[in-house]
Design a protein around this ligand. Structure first.
Ligand SMILES: [Fe+2]
Length: 180
């Protein structure tokens, strides 16, 4: 949501067709991933990991190509607020592979903004990867500092079966195990 607000402040929502396209793709994407999740949560998380990875690479290329220009431009107010001001509890909620308070960006220009958007995508990528092996994640704030699993934010045990494909496979292989 904050990446979107930043792009809007930079003028990305100026043309109605861009808004129209983005909103309709978002609806399509939502239903597509929800359908994938019903079939297999692992598949949906893997797909999202690929999307986040692609986003990281795209921002990385952009920063490398436009870095000098970006450093001369001011940061949008919404970016300064999101990354540096007020209660950063929600910001930390999205850093599932690191302890709260361990990432505090400095935002001095537009270059810093895009660097941090890119780094956000890397964090999303780690979260999507962790969800594939653990099934579900817990809030990073719910761990006492000494109990953190640095590999991911996930210690919730896997459900008996995950998604329609997994349920069908397990019920064919071992029908007795699916009674509960
Ligand atoms: Fe993302």
């Amino acid at each position: 949501m904050h990446h979107l607000l930043i792009m809007e402040e930079l003028g990305g929502n100026a043309w109605w067709f861009d808004r129209f396209l983005a909103q309709h793709i978002a609806i399509f994407y939502y239903f597509m991933t929800a359908f994938m999740y019903a079939l297999s949560p692992r598949m949906a998380y893997h797909f999202s990991e690929c999307v986040e990875g692609h986003a990281f690479e795209t921002y990385d290329k952009f920063i490398k190509a436009q870095g000098v220009e970006l450093k001369k431009l001011p940061a949008p107010t919404v970016a300064i607020k999101y990354y540096t001001e007020g209660d950063l509890y929600l910001f930390d909620e999205f850093q599932t592979a690191r302890p709260p308070n361990s990432r505090r960006p400095k935002i001095e220009n537009l270059y810093d903004v895009f660097m941090n958007i890119r780094d956000d995508e890397a964090e999303h990528c780690k979260t999507m990867k962790a969800c594939q092996s653990h099934g579900s994640i817990r809030s990073p704030h719910s761990y006492p500092d000494d109990e953190r699993d640095d590999d991911s934010g996930c210690i919730v045990p896997e459900a008996d079966c995950q998604g329609i494909v997994d349920c069908i496979k397990k019920s064919v292989k071992d029908p007795g195990a699916m009674k509960n």
